[in-house]
Ligand binder design. Sequence first.
Ligand SMILES: O=C(O)[C@@H](CO)OP(=O)(O)O
Length: 251
Amino acid sequence: MTAEYRLILLRHGESEWNAKNLFTGWVDVNLTPKGEAEAVRGGELLRERDLLPDVVHTSVQKRAIRTAQLSLEAADRHWIPVRRSWRLNERHYGALQGKDKAATLAEFGEEQFMLWRRSYDVPPPPLADDDEYSQFHDARYAALPTEARPRTECLKDVVGRMLPYWYDAIVPDLRVGNTVLIAAHGNSLRALVKHLDGISDADIAGLNIPTGIPLLYTLDADLRPTAAGGEYLDPEAAAESIEAVKNQGKK
Ligand SMILES: O=C(O)[C@@H](CO)OP(=O)(O)O
């Protein structure tokens, strides 16, 4: 008999800076009212499909933490154990943090914009530690040695810092039979999906994750997806939102 594990990925609902079309990264912005509603809807979808999480993992960023909370309340699972790690944080966007996506596209052109935004291994320029949008001195990262606190990251860097948490914290939760919810971010979830589905460095550029729509993966005994790409619990809304994420920056 093949063991099967249930993993649910949930990108946070629309954030204040998603709405303003700004590069966000590690800046700790809140959800908009629309983002809060998306999180609640995400929880309702879990309840409707009887996909009730036993444990939740989040980043240490407010928009993911609040999305987890709101969706779990909607599913009446607000009481389950929660673990948080900076390793699930959004990709650090370096010097682009706080910059307008459309203005960046206009200033640097499509090729450079897409390299920074979706290439696997080209990070944006680093952000200075004293920049108003730097998190270098944020209390929540104080225990991290300075060399582990990013000043910019490409997706490859995110895969490298996320995978230890996957293997050491999330996989053990799956192995004991829990339904595991991960509430995280567009690019930290792209990193995990790349790993799970074995997507190439080139092809991952074309993958976008919608806000607030649970993505269900059923994993086999070797923690490989039984269906590539998993299943969005609201496929129509997911398709629409994926298109919107893809086109950010373009007017
Ligand atoms: O700004 C960001 O941090 C991310 C997610 O919102 O944006 P993008 O989709 O452009 O990588």
